[in-house]
Design a binder for this molecule. Sequence first.
Ligand SMILES: Nc1nc2c(ncn2[C@@H]2O[C@H](COP(=O)(O)OP(=O)(O)OP(=O)(O)O)[C@@H](O)[C@H]2O)c(=O)[nH]1
Ligand SMILES: [Mg+2]
Length: 278
Amino acid sequence: MDVTTNDALIVLPCYNERENLERLIEEILALGAGFDVLVIDDNSPDGTGELAEALAARHPEVGVRRRPGKLGLGSAYREGFEQALEHGYQYVVTMDADFSHQPRYLPALRGLCYRECDVALGSRYVEGGGTEGWPLHRRLVSAFANGLARRVLGISVHDCTTGFRCYRREALLSVGPSSVLSDGYSFLIEMVYRVEQRGLGIGELPITFVDRRAGKSKVSRIEIYRALYTLARLRFPDLPWQRIVPIAVRYGEAGLLSVGLGASLLLGTSLLVLRRQK
Ligand SMILES: Nc1nc2c(ncn2[C@@H]2O[C@H](COP(=O)(O)OP(=O)(O)OP(=O)(O)O)[C@@H](O)[C@H]2O)c(=O)[nH]1
Ligand SMILES: [Mg+2]
């Protein structure tokens, strides 16, 4: 990334997004709204990294971080946040590279953060928000993950799994990106939880999330086990997770499934206890 006068950086994690990347960056820059973009590519086999380098050579607002392999969405965010803080950006945006998060919302998202909150979320689950083209099973999984996270962790925002966000610099410094341990999609839940724990203000901008038209989803079954584990780790921080998880990882998907099932049992029991106490 060359030096620009823009005060907002969009962290754009990409894995096999060659079909989307160029048009997305052109649309973001065409807004003329003062955003720089940092592509975090995990050595995508489809050549996304090379395309990103070519775009960076053409546009001073674009930078690229190329990592050796697929290290996970959360780990890409962490790396992007560290870069943004190091380079002095005042606002840090995250969005998906597949047009599910439409660039036209970017000015309003940053505006919300600028005017009235520490973190602004592009939210599907507030009045005026929604999804377009998402099959039923994706809508169910998303609604379930949101509902469970809100109940188990006492999160108050409506869309805690959205990846379309704008953080104030101070909010990121307060949370400390390295304190968010999840490497996968559940980074999003953990981040919202930590932001709320610190008493920072979160605003929600209604958005329509549009299902991707090009490229493939990267969400795998393992992300579901990981999310269950993250919820249990945050809800029961005193359990010896440091010892349990490395053992599970040694047994591959079966090990992770066991941790996911164990976490579900714990979470289910805690919800029952909560309900009894009410
Ligand atoms: N660098 C990096 N980017 C990733 C990784 N996993 C996913 N991404 C990117 O993160 C964004 C979200 O991933 P998606 O596969 O679109 O996930 P999703 O939007 O929840 O799922 P769909 O609705 O099915 O598209 C996209 O821009 C992906 O390219 C990863 O391991 N590393
Ligand atoms: Mg997507």
